[in-house]
Design a protein around this ligand. Sequence first.
Ligand SMILES: *[C@@H]1O[C@H](CO)[C@@H](O)[C@H](O)[C@H]1NC(C)=O
Ligand SMILES: *[C@@H]1O[C@H](CO)[C@@H](O)[C@H](O)[C@H]1NC(C)=O
Ligand SMILES: *[C@@H]1O[C@H](CO)[C@@H](O)[C@H](O)[C@H]1NC(C)=O
Length: 802
Amino acid sequence: MPGLLYSFAFFLQLVHIGYGDLSYSIPEEMKPGSVIGNIARDLGLSVEKLSARKARIDSELNRKRYCDIKINNGDLIVAERIDREALCGEKASCLIKSEIILEAPLELHRIVLQIHDINDNPPLFAKDEIKIEINELAVKGSRFRLLEAHDQDIGQNALQSYELQMNSYLELRTQSKKDGGMFAELVLVKELDREEEQQLRLLVSALDGGIPKRTGTATVHVTVLDANDNSPVFNQAVYEAVIPENAPLDTVVIKVTASDADAGLNGDVTYEISRISEGGRRVFALNHTTGEIKVIGHLDFEEESVYEMRVDAKDGYGLSSDSKVIIELSDVNDNPPGISMKSMNNPIPENVSPGTEVGIINVQDRDFEINGQVRCSIQQGVPFKLVSSIKNYYSLVTTGQLDRELVTDYNITITATDEGSPPLSSSKTVQLSVADINDNPPVFEEQSYSAYVSENNKPGSTLCSVTARDPDWRQNGTVIYSLLPGEVNGAPVSSYLSVNGDTGVIHAVRSFDYEQFRSFKVHVMARDNGSPPLSSNVSVSVFISDVNDNSPQILYPAPEGSSFMTELVPKAAHGGSLVSKVIAVDADSGQNAWLSYHIVKSTDPGLFSIGLHSGEIRTQRDISESDSMKQNLIVSVKDNGQPSLSATCAMYLLISDNLAEVPELKDISYDEKNSKLTSYLIIALVSVSTFFLTFIIIILGVRFCRRRKPRLLFDGAVAIPSAYLPPNYADVDGTGTLRSTYNYDAYLTTGSRTSDFKFVSSYNDNTLPADQTLKKSPSDFDKMFSMSDESPKVGRIFIVFK
Ligand SMILES: *[C@@H]1O[C@H](CO)[C@@H](O)[C@H](O)[C@H]1NC(C)=O
Ligand SMILES: *[C@@H]1O[C@H](CO)[C@@H](O)[C@H](O)[C@H]1NC(C)=O
Ligand SMILES: *[C@@H]1O[C@H](CO)[C@@H](O)[C@H](O)[C@H]1NC(C)=O
């Protein structure tokens, strides 16, 4: 056998049938695994490409796969025994058609295997012994039909000749038949004599034309008879019938008839099937007496569509003749189309562009011609369509943009309908999932966030929380919060706030001070966990509200201990005269900085009063001689917070017109302990008073001469120039009532029309920023003094200890 295969090796040749078709010619009965050809080479593809494109052999639905591809080298190999006789019977050309599928892009190449016959079957006689009866009166030249031998091979390998054992009575002649076979006849060349020879035994051989030849033999048993006889004769040489494949059992397909000229037993004809295929034997049966052929099994056009059989007719003596019966089945649309998924990208990423091939679908219908033509469709309303690519193949293609956040999976129903009547259809549903792509950044629920917190908050307290949503899947939709780096008042934002990465809750890191800053803004970022991650940010404004945490601070009079001041009140002062003023500030704002002044203790309770909000100290009545010269007041300053805070100060007043009384001042100070200081005090007081008075007299003298208008000597009341006050200072109209434009920035209580140089300058030096320093020029003083028309006539003197 290997030698035989070897001798057929030259049949292996490659024939291209048009573009993309490969044709190979091979002998039948090659061992499974034998190489037929190389697909990679013949398609001009590299082996890597071949495997990358998932090359595979696709044989038709439910049919055997005779060849396969070795993906590691591209060889086309025999996969199963190929028996030409079983596949094609007596057909002259035997073709096996398969298809090679390549994906991306989908490509289909047809492979045609042309199967060559090898001489693997000898010619065979239907029976080992052939009985022939010859009348002794038969004349020379009489012909006797032999049973035909049959060789399943075709062409040269089929039956070619018969040979008969040498004898003196009979010769063998061969004759071709109408239906293509070849039969042999025995021709009588010498009369028989029953008395000489009652029977003959001769060996007949049938030979085919293969290399080497194969033979089949049978014995011809010739009986010499006394009487004459006629063989039965079929009324047709070939019977043909066509029945639908769905013909029910017991359907009579055809009736064969043979007649015999003899009467009696000699004329009784019986029928017999002498040769039939395995499949045919299962589905057809011949009635021996009537010659009717009936359906006894299930017919299937798709399995076998033509049956051929040989029928013998025999008479009582055993004389016979034969005929051929060909039964063809006609196709009925009895197979719905089959749908198979050849490949499927599942899941598909949501960002694939419209027109992307998602899967390949193959539809097949085993029926013939129009019954096997299939149309394929999918349901409406999904962003997919079927594109017919090559015969019976469809690509499933996206028609629009997919969005996993809207639809996560699709059930796609593919319906295939054939063109038969009535049409048959089938459908298949495939579930297609859409895979997530990180295409949505987190989105904050609000445009911006605000948090309100009272100052002096505890570090770690919760201010507010931010929330962002991301509709993506799993980590692509997991939101992490963080603070964007930045600065607040020169310090990194992280020293003020922290944000919980998981919950978005914002905590204060430190305690805030309203007096330092009232609000600040930070940015919080929400980032998802995709790769690459997407993010968005939002601003968070933190507003700090005031708490009454600063007590009023008294600027004038200066706190005890560091300086000592006293005021002079002229004896002539009338009731209502402005004597002095307590000036206090509060670092808080609003109500927390709205100050009120109260006298809590005084030497003479009826003599002085203080403006509730102005802090101005005025005489309540005219000074009388009986009033004590030294008057002390304890003033308390309170803010309006809840609870309110307060501060107190002492004010020393001296009712006197005469500086000579000043030495007694030392008794005024309750706290004066240092006797040395007392003498300094006196010296300083005297010299300052002298200097002051001289100065005032000179100035007033100059003015008096110029205006010729009588003026009081001690018109010391001056206004605090507006440049002295902070720009946002709000005047209190002298009544202590705040204006309707309530100003949080006001931190200094009203300045009255009274002031003095010492105070101004000391206040300037210690409290005001350098650029707001009061500029004193002679004309400024000029103006100051000219504004004092309605002022009470009050003089004062300062003594400052440093
Ligand atoms: C698809 O079919 C499956 C099972 O048949 C079902 O559970 C699912 O809900 C269907 N999906 C859609 C989008 O119809
Ligand atoms: C997230 O998105 C990326 C692409 O942006 C994708 O590769 C990944 O599979 C997605 N993750 C999940 C859990 O879906
Ligand atoms: C914050 O968001 C704005 C727009 O929403 C963007 O222009 C800016 O670049 C973002 N900043 C950072 C640091 O991501």
